[in-house]
Design a protein around this ligand. Structure first.
Ligand code: GSH
Length: 359
């Protein structure tokens, strides 16, 4: 139910009084009609506001990058754009909020953002204790470590090899918990140094204040690529020390909003399964692929309007942002991250990227 409330705000303004040169402070009473969002769904709030508020990281190569002109790009950023395309038919209707790992869940529960798409791992405690629900995994990751080749580390190093070393990572992550537990299990004693943003951990690593940095494998590959350190920095162990399923996160008990976000991801995956791309989306034969037609609002049986969206909501996602493979390849292939042979491959090709049927 929409509820309008009249609120009176006392605004203290500095008023230059026209007598002599005295300056007086006057209290001006302003009446402002303010909208009370109580009882409104997340979708209604977002639609009424006219743009999506999407929480992203402070910087993760290939996932969240901010250009010199202030423009955002990356795999996570593209999923923010995709949600805006679904809700508004216009991907650009997004306001990004950069969040450190430690502040992300508070920002979400406080309503500062509508969805969090920020290298965020789905875990049991985040799901059950922190008031979050998780959407489909968009990137199956795992934690690894990075050290200097000049220190004798290589891609075949193991967790036991970090005994006695200083290990840097960012606070509020699964990373810090996994490394503490993992090192303990192999009997390695480490000095764990936690910083706010992961870029600070890299700065310390470069400055020699840390021997090791650790985070999701994708984050290490990205940082190594931008620092042109392929031959100098070794990523290990070959088999990650944890599972880090990364994907969109939203507030608990918000079923309609959850459906919308989930099907944004599924739409990109299903489009990839059918080979529908930004380039061929308008020449594709939807009569021959009724599932694709339903999902894009081209045939009978579309279900988007049942979710409060327009029938062509997911058509707009793929038309404007691309299918899963396009999003992955454009952002992550340049860093040396590929789907083939890994968990992010299509389920038909031995991977885990799978979507339920659109019917
Ligand atoms: N997936 C882990 C780690 C997330 C994380 O903070 N990853 C780093 C490295 S990719 C990152 O996003 N850094 C950017 C930042 O610190 O804002 C989690 O959910 O706790």
């Amino acid at each position: 139910m929409n509820k309008k409330a009249i609120v009176f705000l006392l605004v203290f303004a500095m008023v230059i009084v026209a007598c002599g040169d005295t300056t007086e402070e006057a209290a001006v009473e302003v009446t402002e009609e303010e909208h009370d969002h109580e009882g409104e769904s997340t979708l209604e709030q977002v639609q009424e506001r006219g743009f999506l508020k999407c929480g992203v990281s402070t910087g993760a190569t290939g996932f969240t990058e901010v250009g010199d002109d202030g423009s955002y790009s990356g795999f996570d950023v593209d999923y923010c754009y995709a949600v805006a395309a679904a809700v508004f038919g216009d991907y650009s209707k997004v306001e990004f909020k950069q969040l450190t790992a430690a502040e992300r869940f508070t920002a979400l529960s406080a309503g500062e953002i509508d969805v969090l798409i920020r290298n965020t791992t789905w875990t049991q405690s985040r799901d059950t204790e922190l008031g979050n629900d998780f959407g489909p995994t968009t990137y199956f990751d795992g934690q690894q470590l990075m050290g200097r080749v000049s220190d004798g580390l290589s891609s075949s190093s193991t967790l036991a090899d970090i005994d006695g070393l200083r290990v840097c990572t960012n606070a509020g992550t699964t990373t810090e918990k996994n490394i503490t537990e993992g090192a303990g299990l192999v009997g390695a004693t480490i000095e764990l140094v936690t910083v706010e943003a992961f870029s600070e951990a890299i700065d310390k690593f470069i400055a020699g204040e840390c021997d090791i940095v650790t985070t999701d494998g994708s984050g290490l590959v990205g940082r190594r690529a931008v620092n042109d350190a392929l031959n100098d920095w070794a990523i290990f162990p070959q088999s990650p020390i944890s599972k880090e399923p990364l994907g969109p996160t939203y507030r608990s008990n918000d079923s309609q909003w959850a459906d919308i976000i989930n099907w944004v991801v599924y739409a990109t995956i299903i489009a990839d399964e059918y080979g529908v791309t930004r380039a061929n989306i308008d020449s594709f034969d939807y009569d021959a692929a009724p599932e694709m037609g339903r999902l894009f609002g081209k045939n009978d049986g579309e279900l988007q309007t049942k979710m409060g969206l327009s029938a062509d909501a997911y058509y707009n996602v793929v038309k404007q942002i691309g299918n899963y493979d396009e999003i992955f390849s454009r952002n992550l292939n340049p860093l040396g991250l590929y789907r083939e042979g890994g968990a992010n491959a299509r389920w038909t090709e031995g991977g885990l990227v799978y979507a339920p049927p659109a019917r």
